[in-house]
Design a binder for this molecule. Sequence first.
Ligand code: ADP
Ligand code: SF4
Ligand code: MG
Length: 363
Amino acid sequence: MTPNGASAIGTTVPEEVAFQQEVPKGEPILEVRDLVKHFPLTKGILFRRQVGAVKAVDGVSFDLMQGETLGIVGESGCGKSTLAKVLMNLEPATGGSVRYKGEEISRLSGAGLKAVRRNIQMVFQDPYTSLNPRMTVGDIIGEPYEIHPEVAPKGDRRKAVQDLLDVVGLNPEYINRYPHQFSGGQRQRIGIARGLALKPEIIICDEPVSALDVSVQAQVINLLEQLQSDFELSYMFIAHDLSIVRHISDRVGVMYLGKIVEIGTDLEIYDHATHPYTQALLSAVPVPDPAARADRDRIVLVGDVPSPANPPSGCRFRTRCWKAQPKCAEEVPALMAREWLRELAAHDSACHFAAEREVDLEK
Ligand SMILES: Nc1ncnc2c1ncn2[C@@H]1O[C@H](COP(=O)(O)OP(=O)(O)O)[C@@H](O)[C@H]1O
Ligand code: SF4
Ligand SMILES: [Mg+2]
């Protein structure tokens, strides 16, 4: 029986009742397996032929659990935004699978895709370009109701939009203002209100605070945390800096050149990282205590991320890794817990020589 009492037997599930089953807290709500996104590189004007591919996402697997925040971290160009867009089906996947509540969604279209889009929302990096400058805040936040009238508030839509403004900490009387009348932090709050309008279950935040002043970043992160507990949201929180996601993440996945190279709980990643890339990113995280900073053996990452059109053989990080051995050029390291690691170090890491660093950061 559907919530409105009609039987769904013998019909396809109507759009308005699709994906309504609840997932218990801590169970997977999104299951991503071997996800691949290659952008073809073509040559020629009349006869365009493919000469290669930008391997932006190249075999990514993880689960997002109900109610958790999964941080995804990596330098610019590692494929984080592409991963987000493929999960949202804004870009078609080249291969692999994305299951939402057990249903494959990566090849959906039409009504099925529309139902998914209602439940999985995205908050973008740049609050300056992601809001239409010619629309009022009320129209921007209420626009999802035009696309999904089945979940629009039955009565006063204006009131619903004002309530959303209130929820994200903006004055409901600002409803007729335009985006340029707000600060960066306020605009990101508008983007978040818009993302909440349809009561989604998952929000993918793509560097939501990277364009904001440091003083404003914490406020927006606190707001996202508050909303998560109020509305039982599951978050994927993308950042290029491990320090930003530390406070908000239950688990963290580290991405390098289209792959997840290490994934674990916040304690496993921040205090027991075993992949050299994660260790290098952590070494770049500012440490508030000057004594700890002076004692620390810093790793400086040299060079840029190589081109995803032509990634290094074997381990993709080997051209920048200080621990690289001949094996690293020959064999792709699997993402798994190595048998020689114990306790919190024994989490998934894609390094042939995974090991914790000797340096004592507590000193
Ligand atoms: N539409 C596209 N066509 C071709 N290459 C793309 C496209 N979008 C992204 N890329 C490339 O894919 C790689 C990953 O980009 P992106 O996902 O934006 O990384 P991140 O968000 O981690 O900075 C980059 O090399 C980027 O240039
Ligand atoms: S597999 Fe080799 S190159 Fe890759 S991170 Fe480990 S030691 Fe470095
Ligand atoms: Mg990005």
